[in-house]
Design a binder for this molecule. Structure first.
Ligand SMILES: CC(C)(COP(=O)(O)OP(=O)(O)OC[C@H]1O[C@@H](n2cnc3c(N)ncnc32)[C@H](O)[C@@H]1OP(=O)(O)O)[C@@H](O)C(=O)NCCC(=O)NCCS
Length: 146
């Protein structure tokens, strides 16, 4: 019924734009590493409707340069479907994939302050000071060991 699929970056961009960058032009939903060979994009779908998306990029975490790390970006659930478990499903699917297919040790992200609770529920540790990302608001770094 629910399907987690590995997809091309173009498939995740419409929901990424709608949820994360609605006030910016559509091109702002293209991230510079989207087409890197190690980048992986996931959707959670039900009946061909995309409910949640997540993307992962091979990128080390400052302060932990010796850990094999993937960076989570573009984590977004369809607004009307938030808080129903779909973000957790796609993120767990993505991390299970990484554990099976790569030598990943940690996954990290720059988490919006409004989403700290989600990442904490997922087992992430939120680190350090709040910093501002222009147009996107206040963030802290979070990570989880896999
Ligand atoms: C953050 C987001 C991706 C979470 O996806 P979701 O589908 O709503 O999350 P889930 O329903 O799977 O939530 C899993 C758990 O985290 C909790 N949670 C989800 N979002 C939360 C939030 N913003 N604050 C606190 N807790 C949150 C849920 O209540 C749930 O807890 P439970 O297991 O006790 O029921 C989604 O709400 C979203 O797209 N938000 C806007 C965009 C955004 O902020 N993205 C992250 C950018 S860093």
């Amino acid at each position: 019924m629910y399907e987690i699929e590995k997809v091309s970056p173009g498939v995740v961009r419409p929901l990424r734009h709608k949820v994360l960058r609605p006030n910016l032009p559509f091109e702002a939903s293209c991230l510079p590493s989207d087409n890197d060979p190690d980048a992986i994009h996931f959707t959670l779908k039900k009946d061909d409707t995309i409910l949640s998306v997540a993307s992962l990029y091979s990128e080390s975490l400052e302060g932990m340069p010796n850990k094999n790390a993937y960076r989570l970006r573009g984590m977004a659930t369809e607004p009307a479907k938030q808080r129903k478990g779909f973000g957790a499903m796609v993120l767990h699917g993505a991390m299970d994939h990484l554990k099976k297919e790569t030598d990943v040790e940690i996954v990290w992200c720059n988490a919006r302050v409004t989403a700290f609770g989600f990442y904490e529920k997922m087992g992430f540790t939120i680190l350090g000071e709040v910093f501002d990302i222009p147009n996107l608001g206040h963030h802290k770094t979070g990570f989880i060991e896999l």
